[in-house]
Write a protein that binds this ligand. Sequence first.
Ligand code: SAM
Length: 245
Amino acid sequence: EGVLYVVATPIGNLEDLSARAGRVLSEVDAIAAEDTRHTQRLLRHLGVERPLISLHEHNEAARVDQLRRRLLDGEQLALVSDAGTPLISDPGFVLVRELRRSGCRVVPIPGPCALVAALSAAGLPTDRFTFEGFLPPKSGARRKRLEAGASREETRVFYESPHRIRDLLDDLASVVGDRQVVLARELTKTFETLLEGSANELLAIMDADPDQARGEFVVMLAGAPVKEASADDAEGEALLRAMLA
Ligand code: SAM
């Protein structure tokens, strides 16, 4: 029976590749990769040689038929992205959806994911959270998304690139003011840094030390304060109790 293994790869530190991930990558018939040159470097590090198939946002839909045929022929394939877990702000969703619709077996090989790594070290509530991925690049659309979620009580998590990290912090400052933000930068890499403060405080840190604006970021925003029951709620409740009695 053919199987597609969805394999998580490191987000920086190569030691984070699991033993199981390494074994699967060495055993499959071929590896579908977001950027074959990037994945080739990982394979070389592992001493693994496997055929690579490029699969990125622009050819994903077109690749589905070809990969489905190989699975139906009984091949074992792996899907990887450049870093972390495929499908999490990375290609693979269309492929996995279509293969599952065709009854193919899809097996996750779990491992690094910047979202989970960041939350695990931030000290913000994690019982509930919303993953926002990348916000739209244009400021108007970005603010709209931030405003739409401003009153949510759970932690919200964003991915951001170094080009736009200041813009995101600017928008956060204007939409949520002094609310606590935790920035996880360059996780698992040499310059890994966790910073927290209001968006404006974090911008001031970047002004003082521009290196703090370099690299890859996970931005976590504390939830809105949980609403206290208002006087109206209390009155309504008293009335309801009286009626029930
Ligand atoms: N699939 C990946 C995962 O599982 O986290 C995410 C891929 S997405 C294209 C890349 C974004 O993930 C970056 O812009 C950044 O927001 C976040 N990211 C990836 N690696 C990171 C790291 N080492 N430190 C902080 N953020 C990282």
